[in-house]
Design a protein around this ligand. Structure first.
Ligand SMILES: Nc1ncnc2c1ncn2[C@@H]1O[C@H](COP(=O)(O)OP(=O)(O)OP(=O)(O)O)[C@@H](O)[C@H]1O
Length: 337
């Protein structure tokens, strides 16, 4: 659905060149939710704004649904942009217009007939759960409600792609979750392709299918969320994964064990159905291994339940190795740390 080829972007400020993107190659499939995560200044906003050419790349190509946007004239680009809706961190609503008029705005620009606009606005407000707020002004709404208006407005022209520029960064955790649930619902109901940028791993874990990690204007790691999350390779990715792992105590325990060096510490990962089966306990019992749990998580990555336990195995190295091999044979991922 979206293809970026060797995308480069630098800004010119007072005669100086400020590089932002250094050659991004990225393909985003139809119907998926693709997340781009990176620290401040990594190039996230520049990248997402290059997808609809709000920002013109310095070089490289952008294709959306097979059309190369980078070679269109302004008039054709305007038309193609209707295929791509966008929502923003600070909502960007018209403060002097009602909720209904904000949502109707892109339809009026597209010169749709009045009756059609009315029907479409009704539909969209229902989709985002704001039917009762049609005549209110943005100042009368909560942050979450404002973002719902932003989403309804972005969907007005039936786009194929929705770009989300830090769409939940100004919201509290509970409201963030409700907006993420709405995005997932829309993705499923409408088959919409969603690209979002964020600096929060929680956002990626909740709704994304794939993720790209951006650092210094380059995608340094990408793949399915599950794979990137469970086996982060790049140091920046590892930092982001730690955001949701809360591993201070674990680090201390590992350091202590390394100092005394007479036990084995292993991270055991369960996926899907395994998460709820007593594989670990059975294996330890059968191999006669005494163990204690240092840290444990059971959570979900989008639709997939997963569990991660960090365990300390007592006994000699051979016995611990036997227990670990048995866990692996039974399909669990085991990493000695
Ligand atoms: N309009 C601009 N003019 C000049 N430099 C810019 C402009 N926009 C971004 N930059 C620079 O480009 C680089 C990438 O910025 P960008 O805003 O894309 O990063 P980001 O990952 O979105 O950061 P943040 O999360 O802080 O918004 C930075 O060095 C930034 O200072």
């Amino acid at each position: 659905m979206i293809q970026l080829r060797n995308l480069q972007k630098s800004y010119q400020v007072q005669g100086k060149t400020i590089p932002a993107l250094h050659g991004i190659d990225l393909t985003i499939e139809k119907g998926e939710i693709y997340g781009i995560i990176g620290h401040s200044g990594a190039g996230k906003s520049t990248l997402i704004r290059c997808i609809n050419l709000l920002e013109r790349p310095t070089s490289g190509q952008v294709f959306v649904d097979g059309v190369e946007l980078t070679k269109l004239d302004d008039h054709k680009l305007q038309e193609q942009r209707r295929q791509v809706g966008m929502i923003f961190q600070h909502f960007n609503l018209l403060s002097s217009a009602t909720v209904g008029d904000n949502v109707a705005f892109p339809l009026k620009l597209a010169k749709r007939p009045k009756a059609e606009i009315r029907q479409k606005v009704d539909e969209l407000l229902k989709l985002v759960g704001l039917e009762a707020h049609r005549d209110k002004y943005p100042s009368q709404l909560s942050g979450g409600q404002k973002q719902r208006v932003g989403i309804a407005r972005a969907l007005a022209n039936d786009p194929k792609v929705l770009l989300c520029d830090e769409a939940t960064s100004a919201l509290d955790p509970q409201t963030t979750n409700s907006i993420l649930a709405l995005l997932l619902d829309i993705n499923r109901k409408l088959g919409l392709t969603i690209v979002l940028i964020t600096h929060e791993m929680h956002v990626i874990r909740s709704i994304c299918d794939r993720v790209g990690v951006i650092d210094g204007g380059l995608i340094v790691e990408s793949g399915k969320v599950l794979d990137v999350f469970l086996k982060p390779q790049h140091p920046t990715t590892q930092e982001f994964v730690e955001q949701v792992a809360d591993s201070t105590e674990l680090r201390e325990a590992v350091a202590q064990e390394k100092a005394t060096g007479n036990r084995t510490i292993a991270r055991v990962t369960f996926l899907g159905e395994q998460t709820y089966q007593p594989i670990l306990f059975q294996t330890m019992q059968e191999t006669g291994t005494v163990f204690s749990i240092l840290q444990g998580t059971i959570s979900r990555m989008k639709d997939t339940p997963y569990g991660q336990l960090v365990v300390e195995l007592e006994g000699d190295a051979q016995q611990s190795e036997r227990a670990i091999q048995t866990l692996r044979q039974r399909g669990l991922e085991v990493e000695v740390i």
